[in-house]
Design a protein around this ligand. Structure first.
Ligand code: HEM
Ligand code: HEM
Length: 204
């Protein structure tokens, strides 16, 4: 995609929505029953839930890496010229923080697993979709769990800001920004973007 494109590429759109859904499920997993990783001290980690937590988390890491490579190779469409510079700056910061979180959350989680499991049993039973055991990281101490939790809280905050920003653009500014990330529209659709877009803008 070049900077004159009106929308994200189809690949970027599908990667966005798949990772977004997985990330939302992981961040708000308490809403789907209990926390999938927490088990009482002395209890076994061998159930399916810790492995589900680890598997989806590592899947997010792999998809996040794919997104990052795709993003570097395919610059996003230019933003509306009328968008205030603070909003351009805020969207860049938010988006790059999301990329950092898609990598940082699973890595700190993997680092947290061994110290977290020290008081519990069967860490070696936690695996990536039953294929590869995930408890292979070095034991760097329990601060890794605190770092993991801190990142989950930052991510929750960022998701709220991101969704509110998307809703503002859709219903208040009506500048067609949501259409750029919509899987429902055809890749060639010009209606997906507002007239505010300067075709020769180099802002991204
Ligand atoms: C219901 C929830 C969500 C909505 C409505 C939404 C909507 C959007 C929209 C409309 C854009 C395009 C912005 C633009 O045109 O500049 C976007 C970009 C982005 N979203 Fe979301 N999003 C959601 C959830 C998430 C989540 C959970 C993540 C975390 C992984 C995420 C990460 C990103 C990133 C990194 C970009 C920038 C893509 C790029 O420029 O490379 N989104 N989102
Ligand atoms: C994007 C990926 C991930 C997200 C969004 C995520 C989210 C969470 C959440 C919400 C909690 C509960 C925090 C709390 O109770 O306040 C948690 C805890 C935990 N997660 Fe993850 N997780 C991810 C990836 C992983 C991975 C890949 C692993 C290990 C392979 C992992 C291992 C853990 C452990 C061990 C805890 C307990 C930490 C402690 O209390 O010391 N997580 N995670």
């Amino acid at each position: 995609m070049n900077v004159h494109a009106k929308r994200y590429t189809r690949t970027a759109i599908w990667l966005h929505w798949i990772t977004a859904i997985l990330m939302l499920v992981m961040l708000f997993q308490q809403m789907f029953g209990d926390n999938w990783m927490r088990v009482p001290i002395g209890a076994s980690l061998a159930g399916w839930k810790p492995s589900a937590h680890a598997s989806i988390g590592i899947l997010i890491l792999l998809l996040g890496l794919a997104r990052l490579f795709w993003r570097v190779a395919n610059p996003p469409p230019a933003l509306p010229v009328a968008m205030p510079s603070w909003q351009v700056w805020a969207s860049h910061v938010t988006h790059w923080m999301f990329y950092a979180l898609m990598l940082g959350l699973p890595v700190t989680g993997m680092l947290a697993l061994v110290p977290y499991g020290a008081d519990r049993l069967d860490v070696d039973q936690v695996s990536f979709f039953g294929l590869i055991p995930t408890g292979f990281m070095p034991d760097l101490g329990t601060w890794t769990g605190a770092a993991h939790e801190l990142l989950t809280n930052i991510a929750k905050l960022l998701v709220i800001v991101h969704v509110l920003a998307a809703l503002k653009h859709q219903f208040w500014d009506r500048d067609g920004l949501m259409g750029r990330m919509s899987p429902m529209r055809k890749a060639s659709s010009k209606a997906a973007y507002s007239e505010q877009t300067a075709p020769n803008s180099s802002r991204q």
